[in-house]
Design a protein around this ligand. Structure first.
Ligand SMILES: [Zn+2]
Length: 161
């Protein structure tokens, strides 16, 4: 396992739609290991594979005090409600903005054992799921802002996704 440098805006890979994982083999397990290690090192609560330079549909989530989630080929199947949230991204260091997100989401995908799982979430987890599934579709939270003037500078200790 290794800590991989995180790609930052405007790296073109961040705007690219990632490919589905076809075979869940050791290379995918290795990728997930690197993603978890990199996310912890960067003190993020979520990370998508393209952020470390791999255009595959894989996301990891690590909210402090909660079980880690690994999702292979995640798909957003339901969103409900609307709320305005403060959001930052490890790929856009030093900035945050207010983004419209859903109140609750349901995402399905496979875990690292290949088992199909469904994650129903609200709160921070719902926000992270939307943010990371956006990443694998080449969408950044700044794409949801009316203009980049709406970004503000932040201290490093705020949550980064
Ligand atoms: Zn991000």
């Amino acid at each position: 396992m290794a800590i991989i440098p995180i790609r930052t805006f405007p790296d073109p890979l961040l705007k690219q739609k990632s490919k589905r994982v076809r075979i869940l083999d050791n290379s995918v397990r290795h990728l997930v290991g690197n993603m978890l290690e990199t996310m912890h090192y960067a003190q993020g609560v979520g990370l998508a594979a393209p952020q470390i330079g791999v255009p595959l549909r894989v996301i990891v989530i690590g909210i402090p005090g909660e079980e880690e989630i690994v999702l292979i080929n995640p798909k957003m199947v339901r969103r409900n409600g609307e709320r305005l949230l403060n959001e930052g991204c490890l790929s856009i260091p030093g900035y945050a903005g207010m983004v419209k997100r859903s109140e609750t989401v349901t995402v399905k995908g496979r875990n690292l054992n290949g088992k199909e799982i469904r994650v129903k979430a609200d709160g921070l987890l719902a926000q992270v799921l939307e943010h990371e599934t956006d990443h694998i579709n080449g969408i950044l939270y700044i794409d949801h802002l009316e203009s980049l003037d709406k970004l503000r500078q932040i201290e490093a200790e705020e949550y980064q996704l």
